[in-house]
Design a protein around this ligand. Sequence first.
Ligand code: NAD
Length: 273
Amino acid sequence: VNVPNVRLQDGHTIPQLGYGVWQIPDGQAQEAVATALATGYRHIDTARIYDNEAGTGQAIRESGIPRDQVYVTTKLWNDDQGRDRALRAFDDSLVRLGLDHIDLYLIHWPKPAEGLYTETFAALQQLKAEGKVRSVGVSNFQIPHLERLIEATGEVPVINQIELHPRFSQPELREFHARHGIATEAWSPLGQGQILQDPVLTGIATETGATVAQVILRWHLQLGNVVIPKSVTPGRIKENFDIFGFELTDEQVDRITALDVADGRIGPDPDTF
Ligand code: NAD
């Protein structure tokens, strides 16, 4: 299976389907990531705060897959914002992962009240210039944060990783991304498993013969989102990868997009978190 790539505005590409490892304890991360790599995933999403960079990196190094064929994302945690801390935090992540570069480094949350994200982003640009990271982006940035970042640094993050699933599909933010050439990456793409009983989704699953999880992931792909579902169950890891053999009709995509509700957010509010 060839997973499609999304082209980023810095010229690099990111596999549209990846494997997220939030809440996987470090001791289990090696086995889970090894299962994902054996299944065919070539894009792994971790973060400093997940406390599993070591197990994740070990699985990548021991997989036998050439480094340039695995796309690795990690994220700068909130208390590491600011220029010097960010540079140190990056080096620490690299050591824990046991890798010589990262494909994508993200500011995990904007923390707008602290006012450090523009300075932090400039530090990430320096890491890019030094060749330690291929691409730099952000996570959980709202439109005003993106506007301020672009204005202050003159740089546009290549990607914004945001909460995005059928009950919270972020139409305004996706539209802003499209206008600025920012790729949209969906976290909790399955709504953390909480939306799998939705009758519209189960209905479309029956229509297509796919599972509800596959229908949701297919919806993300057809919207153009990069998507990073998480599971530790080998059968589900495979199921979530097996989404390239069918397509949703435009009408089915629209029915899923219509599930968006104003209070559909599951995770924290980026303005106050
Ligand atoms: P998700 O939407 O991927 O849901 C994962 C849960 O859904 C699993 O724990 C399991 O209970 C269920 N599930 C998964 N596959 C299934 C299947 N095929 N059938 C039935 N149930 C299934 O939620 P997530 O883990 O929150 O998000 C995915 C990834 O996004 C994370 O691992 C992490 O890498 C990233 N993330 C980033 C942020 C951020 O702030 N940037 C926040 C949360 C998550």
